[in-house]
Design a protein around this ligand. Structure first.
Ligand code: 8YV
Length: 313
């Protein structure tokens, strides 16, 4: 039988590409100079899309693929996939939950620590030879502080466990209280920000959470507050965040996600009080290998007619 055709939206590591290329006819969208011509040439045969969390699959793209059966996403977030279009057109969707939870939570802790203890400034201080001329300015403690977690799903809970191990007091904002967790539910995000030293966003992206961290929430965090985002740039009023950081109306930020990645707002580059990462929460070899395997195993399950491993409801 001929190999199924798969449209790959953005590149995967070699260990995934080699395996995919051995099982399927692979069409590499990111290499196409003229995407319209490329799609027009291959659309009729494509039965699957393999995409990434931040790249997703729009209705516009899926509409052009009349034989499309499945979208397999390398990432837990499906906010960039038009799930309604997929559902209405019988297109199956899978993602990579669980395997990345601990690494994303680790990066959240790293950003909280790096922003509070100003690791980039300390590193520059040592490398730049300023240490021999005097001691560096003092920074902010993390342990024992009040942490507000925005979103208490798998990643939020994994982050909270880590912060609790630093003797932090954990409160959280979510759609509903989680009675099985030993943390304090706060149903008003402004109130949560007001009572937090660190506000850490772990929410899913998408329309339901767009701009939920508003200018008012940022203001409520206040001049001693530190903001951390390991979810999606869309959850924050980014212009308000930039203004607050530039004007010192919050103390600092640790950010892994932005609007318009990777061409983010150039104002971020001049901020001394923000630690920036290139959307790297899941960016370890261990986790990316597990994510790639799940993408490939879901495609294999689909094409061999067995249940999908991690279907998106
Ligand atoms: C990205 C993510 O998918 O899981 C998610 O939702 O955003 C990430 O893991 C990752 O950058 C791979 O593209």
């Amino acid at each position: 039988m001929s190999k199924p055709e798969v449209l790959v939206i953005g590149p995967y590591p070699a260990w995934d590409m080699e395996d995919l290329e051995s099982r399927y006819v692979i069409h590499k969208l990111w290499e196409a100079e003229d995407r319209d011509a490329f799609l027009a040439g291959h659309a009729g045969g494509i039965r699957a899309i393999a995409t990434r969390g931040e790249l997703g699959a729009s209705a516009d793209l899926m509409k052009r693929l009349p034989k499309l059966e499945i979208v397999s996403c390398y990432g837990v977030g499906t906010d960039a996939i038009d799930l309604r279009f997929a559902r209405e057109n019988g297109i199956r969707v899978t993602n990579t939950p669980d395997v990345l939870t601990e690494d994303v939570a680790d990066l959240g802790m790293a950003l909280m620590l790096a922003a509070a203890r100003q690791l980039p400034a300390g590193d520059a201080y040592v490398r730049g030879g300023q240490w021999t001329k005097g001691n560096m300015h003092l920074t902010t403690r993390v342990c024992g502080k009040r942490v507000g977690v925005v979103g208490m799903g798998r990643i939020g809970a994994a982050f909270a466990r880590r912060a609790a191990a630093f003797d932090c007091t954990i409160s959280y904002f979510a759609r509903a209280p989680k009675p099985d967790l030993p943390y304090t539910f706060v149903g008003d995000l402004v109130a949560l920000a007001r009572q937090s030293d660190f506000l850490v966003v772990t929410l899913a992206g998408g329309e339901g959470t767009r701009g939920i961290v508003s200018a008012e929430v940022i203001e409520a965090l206040g001049p001693d507050g530190i903001f951390v985002n390991i979810s999606r740039g869309t959850t924050v009023d980014e212009a308000a965040l930039l203004d607050a950081l530039e004007q010192g109306r919050i103390r600092g930020a640790g950010l892994d996600v932005f609007l318009n990645e990777p061409a983010i707002d150039p104002r971020f580059a001049s901020l001394k009080n923000a630690v920036l990462q290139p959307h790297h929460g899941s960016g370890t070899v261990e986790t990316r290998q597990a994510m790639g395997k799940l993408v490939r195993d879901n495609l294999a399950a689909h094409f061999s007619g067995v249940p999908l491993l991690t279907p998106v409801a």
